[in-house]
Ligand binder design. Structure first.
Ligand SMILES: *Cc1c(COP(=O)(O)O)cnc(C)c1O
Length: 387
């Protein structure tokens, strides 16, 4: 069986975790700040705040931008549900921007159009959460210009996109956004088992995120009105326990050292697929020539949507654990029962969803495995292919 994604761990990773298990601190020790410093330096941001997951980081990021009841947050119609849930956690309402069916990414013309209409109706979003889908970076400069014109803040959901860059700007450097969020789930670019991080260049957002990660507590005397002594801390707002452990931060730091090798390996997988795939039957996602993708996912679009289920089932029955990323978020029951989203408003997402299949991609996927996957794709569904 071949999964669609999986971690790549070596001895150094395992030793890093063991070293922490034998040390004084399992959590709140030195490993988290070290991992954060390495992450900041890799992506070119002033601050990184590691958390228990990207979902936690998205929640904290929304709170750090004061998202609350009465506010509207927009994200991409095709993403993991966490990109939208973070706004609902804060009591805000969610709306979706349609995607470009050929790239899978948020459509900037659709965003512009939706903003123009929202401005007329007085329902502009407070925060936009663009998603660098499959690892392909969005043109954040254009999005940031719209943000200035329509006065919304920006949280990049870069769960798929550690190591990606657009026109020379590394995703996560926050040149065109307030905050960027990464995920370290095992199928993502590097892993800490569960884990995520937020990066920002804004010092006050960084300290707010750090507080929200730890119960809303500060120990900084300059932030405390009646400081009494070194035992003193003050809960200044309602926060959470979203702290990453030292074991997982050490794993993250060890993984991060291999990011370039992982990215290279993923690019190789893609080039093997592209050489072998029959483009008359399957299209891969259109890539923006200014972008360099981290290739979290390798999605193919089946030319004839009626074939999607047949092809999907055929691959699965041959032990190839393909997936569909993603069903449009507004189609999930939780969102569809709100009865405010109309699928016909999202022709790009509907078209993409009807024909997408994610083929396996991870650094250790071999050329032979890839050729076998393509062989299964090329055989008539219904027949088993015996390797
Ligand atoms: C994986 C993912 C998340 C959530 O990441 P976790 O670390 O599992 O919480 C959020 N957004 C997107 C787009 C993702 O793919």
């Amino acid at each position: 069986m071949i999964p669609y994604g999986r971690q790549t761990l070596d001895d150094a990773d395992k030793q890093a975790v063991l070293r922490v298990l034998n040390s004084d601190f399992l959590t709140q020790g030195p490993e988290v700040p070290e991992f954060e410093a390495a992450l900041s330096s890799r992506v070119g941001a002033a601050h990184s705040i590691a958390m228990t997951s990207a979902t936690a980081a998205l929640h904290a990021a929304c709170l750090a931008l004061d998202v609350g009841p009465g506010d509207s947050v927009w994200t991409s119609a095709i993403s993991f549900v966490a990109s939208a849930n973070c706004a609902v956690y804060c009591g805000a309402s969610v709306d979706f921007v349609d995607i470009d069916a050929r790239s899978g990414n948020m459509s900037i013309p659709a965003l512009e159009n939706k903003l123009r209409i929202a401005a007329k109706n007085g329902v502009l979003p407070k925060v936009l959460i663009p998603v660098h889908f499959a690892g392909q970076p969005l043109d954040m400069e254009s999005i940031s210009n719209l943000g200035k014109r329509y006065r919304f803040r920006i949280i990049e959901d870069a769960s798929h996109a550690l190591g990606a860059s657009y026109a020379g700007e590394t995703v996560g450097n926050c040149r065109y956004s307030d905050i960027t969020v990464f995920s370290f789930h095992p199928v993502k670019m590097i892993t800490t088992a569960e884990g995520g991080a937020a990066t920002t260049n804004d010092h006050s957002i960084a300290t707010r995120l750090a507080k929200l990660r730890s119960h809303g507590i500060t120990r900084d005397p300059s932030e405390i009105e009646h400081y009494e002594g070194d035992w003193f801390y003050d809960q200044v707002e309602l926060g959470f326990n979203y702290r990453m452990t030292d074991m997982f931060a050490a794993l993250g730091a060890s993984q991060l050292r291999k990011l370039e090798a992982f990215l290279d390996a993923r690019r190789k997988v893609v080039s093997h697929y592209q050489e072998a795939l029959d483009s008359a039957k399957f299209q891969s996602l259109l890539q923006d020539p200014n972008g360099s993708s981290s290739w979290h996912l390798f999605v193919i679009l089946v030319n004839n949507p009626e074939d999607r289920k047949v092809v999907f089932d055929h691959l699965r029955s041959n032990g190839i654990l393909v997936n569909v990323h993603y069903r449009p978020i507004y189609r999930q029951s939780f969102y569809s029962k709100m009865e405010k989203y109309n699928p016909t408003d999202f022709p790009g997402a509907e078209s993409y969803y009807s024909s997408a299949i994610s083929l396996p991609i991870f650094p250790a996927l071999s050329k032979d495995q890839i050729l076998n996957i393509v062989k299964v794709l090329d055989t008539k569904p219904g027949y088993q292919v015996l390797f």
